[in-house]
Design a protein around this ligand. Sequence first.
Ligand SMILES: Cc1cc2nc3c(=O)[nH]c(=O)nc-3n(C[C@H](O)[C@H](O)[C@H](O)COP(=O)(O)OP(=O)(O)OC[C@H]3O[C@@H](n4cnc5c(N)ncnc54)[C@H](O)[C@@H]3O)c2cc1C
Length: 392
Amino acid sequence: MLSEKINIAIIGGGIVGCWMALELSRSEKDVFLFEKNPGITTGENQSSRNSGVNHAGINYDPDTRPLKARLCVEGNRMWEDFCAQYSLPFIKVGKLMVALREEEDRELDLYERRAFQNNVPDVRKITAEEAREIEPNVKGKSALLIPSSGVFEPTSLLRQVYFLASNQGVQFMTGTEVVGIDAQHGKLSIKIRYQDGSMDWVETQKIINAGGVKAVSLARMVDVDFPLKTALIRGDSMKFNRKARSDLYLKGTNVYPTPRTVKTPFGFQSTVGVHLTPMFDIIDGKFVIGDTVMVGPRLTVVNSDDDFQTPMPEPESFVHDTGCFFPGLKAVDLTPNFGGIQARLDGYPDFYIARDRLYDDIVHLAGIDSPGFTAAPAIARHVVNRFFESPA
Ligand SMILES: Cc1cc2nc3c(=O)[nH]c(=O)nc-3n(C[C@H](O)[C@H](O)[C@H](O)COP(=O)(O)OP(=O)(O)OC[C@H]3O[C@@H](n4cnc5c(N)ncnc54)[C@H](O)[C@@H]3O)c2cc1C
């Protein structure tokens, strides 16, 4: 059982909730984090099931997606420092965004300008020959070289943030689901359900809703007319061995097409497209770029946040999406990798980070889809600066 009254209740122990816990516990006492999964890296959440790319931040228009534009770039740098400090699996492999046709070549100019606008360092357009020097098997008309993009092994990073927050005094209540929020009568309380089915009410001063794909449902527990809706989209990936044949060989750069769109129940939305991302291996106790390359994610709209049953797309569709810039890949080279589900917001392309419309002591973080892992440390700092250190 918990003490009767706590200071801060964070709902959700993904990377955003864990970073919130770490940041808040530097100055606040009695910080509790409630996570319905039995452990921080067990069960299904986005933070344990993603492509592991430290995004540079060139995809986000600062006029329409200001938080993604700023927090992705800040988070990218914060992860680089954090991973160096704790010797975590992180390599700044860079990224090529490949243009295949004339109009895509012009798109690269747009992203180069945006990189400058968003303060992403050293981005430049290169010729097809220069791109082939970086990745000999990649074909295209031209490419954008984005050196600050990297790869990480997400669960190692998540675990490190969890350990640090835990050592700083955060109480992690895993296997504990928040099933209700009551904000009436001048006090805030959350209703929790333990794994054995028993229930409890806990009074708290503040609530941070970092529930990932459940963030909107959690917001509705306190504001039934919460204005946003979510579409659930599963991203499936496959993998191949880069040393299986000479035409499959990749030196180890992230290789992307120009951005694509995905059809959601709310219309078309922008996405990074099916890409090639090197995966880690452990050799002599050290994390290195291994022989496995991820291809994905290929996106499918699903109806529930545990729908890993709807069949994943056929290998041929991954080949179809990447063959234009990586022609060596064949369907027989591919084996299944992982799937992860994210929630896109209807008509709201940015991260939604705001106080509850009715209760000032509740902050909702919804629509934290990609690049949410990259941005997580900066999201936490933004929330602390905006909602905790300045007056309401
Ligand atoms: C296929 C895929 C690929 C991606 N690739 C990248 C990438 O390469 N780079 C990148 O930066 N981002 C990527 N992302 C996005 C990134 O993974 C997410 O933005 C990020 O992990 C979101 O973290 P979160 O903490 O908000 O959510 P989550 O990790 O989903 O955590 C939310 C947590 O809340 C818990 N929870 C929910 N409801 C309750 C409740 N009622 N009570 C208690 N606990 C609750 C859940 O169990 C969960 O653990 C990808 C996402 C997917 C799906």
